[in-house]
Write a protein of this length. Structure first.
Length: 223
C-alpha cells in the first residue's frame, strides 16, 4: 500500500497529470482532437477532460502566450495567436523565398515560359543537366508532372498554383514579355542564353509583384 500511495503522490493527483498529458498529445496532432477520443486515450471521464481543456485555453489566454488552444471543427488544437500571425508569416515566407540558387531560378523560369516541357528540353535550353534541380523544384511544390510527350514518352512538367502564389500572379498570362530580355543573335546562341534571360524576366516579375504587394498592404492598413 505504501508503494501505491507513493505512486499516487508522484502522479500529483489526476487533475495535475491530466493537463500535461493533454498538452503533450495536442503538440503532435495534425487535426483537431475530439474530447471523446482524448478521454478514451487517457482513460478519464469526458467531462474531466473537457474541463481541463477549457482551463488550459483560459490559462494560455490570460498569460498572453503566442498560441491559443481552440475548439474548432469538433476538436481541440493549438493555433498561432492572431497577434503573432505576422511574425510567423514573415518567418515562413522568408524560409521559402530564400535559397533558390541561380541554377534553380533559371530552370524554373524555363519551365514557366516553355511549359509543358521535358527535363531534356530544359537541359538543352540551359546547356547543362537539370535533373537534380528539377527534383528540387518538384519537392518544393513549384513544379509538377503533367503527362508525357506522345512521341518520346518523356515526362512533361509545368508550374504549379503555388508558383503563381509565390510570384504574386493571377495566371501565367501575367508573366512579363520575354522578347525584351532576349539578345538579337542567331537561334542557337539565343537558346544557349535563354535560361539566364528568362530568369531575368522572372526576376522582373518578382520585383513588380513585390511592389504590388506593398501597395496592397499599405491600402489595407489605410482602411
Amino acid at each position: 500500500m505504501a508503494a501505491g500511495a507513493g505512486e499516487d503522490e508522484a502522479g500529483a493527483g489526476p487533475a495535475v497529470a491530466l493537463r500535461p498529458a493533454l498538452e503533450a498529445i495536442l503538440m503532435v496532432v495534425d487535426e483537431p482532437a475530439g474530447e471523446a477520443h482524448l478521454a478514451d486515450v487517457l482513460e478519464r471521464p469526458r467531462a474531466e477532460v473537457a474541463a481541463a481543456l477549457r482551463e488550459l485555453a483560459a490559462e494560455y489566454t490570460a498569460q498572453g502566450r503566442g498560441f491559443d488552444l481552440r475548439l474548432v471543427a469538433g476538436g481541440w488544437r493549438f493555433y498561432t495567436r492572431a497577434d503573432c500571425a505576422q511574425a510567423v508569416d514573415r518567418f515562413v515566407l522568408d524560409g521559402r523565398q530564400a535559397r533558390l540558387t541561380q541554377a534553380a531560378l533559371e530552370t524554373l523560369a524555363v519551365v514557366a515560359y516553355r511549359q509543358p516541357v521535358s527535363r531534356s528540353r530544359v537541359s538543352a535550353v540551359r546547356g547543362v543537366n537539370c535533373d537534380g534541380v528539377m527534383r528540387t523544384l518538384v519537392q518544393r511544390g513549384l513544379v509538377e508532372e503533367t503527362g508525357s510527350e506522345p512521341e518520346t514518352g518523356a515526362i512533361l512538367y509545368r508550374t504549379t498554383n503555388y508558383f503563381l502564389e509565390r510570384m504574386g500572379l493571377r495566371g501565367l498570362d501575367e508573366l512579363p514579355e520575354l522578347a525584351p530580355f532576349l539578345p538579337e543573335v542567331d537561334d542557337v546562341e539565343a537558346e544557349s542564353l535563354e535560361g539566364t534571360m528568362i530568369a531575368d524576366a522572372v526576376a522582373a516579375a518578382t520585383a513588380q509583384s513585390a511592389v504590388r504587394s506593398g501597395e496592397t498592404d499599405r491600402a489595407a492598413s489605410d482602411r
